[in-house]
Design a protein. Structure first.
Length: 246
């Protein structure tokens, strides 16, 4: 039976962003790459809430052998899904992801910032915001071909949908899962780029709390490892067996 991998994209991207990884996996996997609410073909889907997105994912997690992969925002959602349906997820691969913001005051401040940014997105064209988002410091240093692919992918969405996604699925909107990491029973691979100092630190903190975790550092890569090194990400997904405890 062909194993299933469910890949969840990050904010401003769509399921199409996984195409290089899916190509590297080939026919060895049944790859599912949905557009999350607020993005791509799901740009107008409402409401854009964690509960609604988990409802969309529910029918895709049909067996106990799914490998669940998430990048950035998609990684946070993947963590929530794994905690909601631990019997359906065999393994987690989290790329440049975090469990959220632990401190309530910081989370509230981030929610206010995200609300302001959402209003600015609504006042922009998708082209204008795509150019702006590409300048985000955590995305600095991407190769030109990767930048071009990411820009084309962002144009598949609409400002109204992205604004709803930021309000409903942003780091400030979702509850922190730091205190629940000990409940994540399945093996977890924390994939982080060598140049992504912020998320390298987060990965180290997460690994200390997860029962079965490994940190996979990808040389030369930044935050968007799956865009910069899709073949390496495919290799990580294909690895079987439990991760060593960290």
């Amino acid at each position: 039976m062909t194993p299933t991998v469910l890949l969840l994209h990050g904010f401003t991207h769509t399921g199409s962003s996984w195409e290089p990884v899916v190509a590297a996996l080939g026919e060895r996997y049944r790859s599912l790459t949905p557009d999350l609410r607020g993005h791509g073909v799901a740009a107008e889907a409402t409401p854009v809430t964690l509960a609604a997105v988990l409802g969309d994912l529910d029918p895709l997690l049909t067996s106990g052998g799914v490998t669940l992969v998430g990048y950035s925002m998609g990684g946070r959602i993947a963590l929530h899904a794994a905690l909601a349906w631990p019997e359906r997820v065999a393994r987690l691969v989290l790329i440049g992801a975090s469990p959220g913001i632990a401190v309530a005051g910081e989370r509230q401040a981030r929610r206010r910032d995200d609300k302001q940014l959402a209003e600015e997105i609504e006042d922009s064209t998708v082209e204008e915001f795509a150019h702006r988002w590409a300048q985000t410091p955590v995305l600095a240093g991407l190769p030109e071909d990767v930048l071009a692919r990411a820009h084309a992918d962002r144009l598949r969405s609409a400002p109204s949908g992205l604004a709803r996604a930021l309000r409903g699925l942003g780091t400030g909107a979702l509850p922190s899962l730091w205190e629940r990491l000990g409940e994540v029973a399945m093996p977890v691979s924390l994939v982080v780029g060598e140049r992504d100092g912020k998320f390298r630190d987060i990965a180290e903190r997460m690994a200390a709390s997860l029962p079965q975790a490994e940190i996979v550092l990808v040389p030369g890569a930044g935050h968007a490892v799956h865009l910069e090194a899709p073949e390496r990400v495919a290799e990580i997904i294909e690895r079987s067996g439990a991760c060593p405890a960290t």
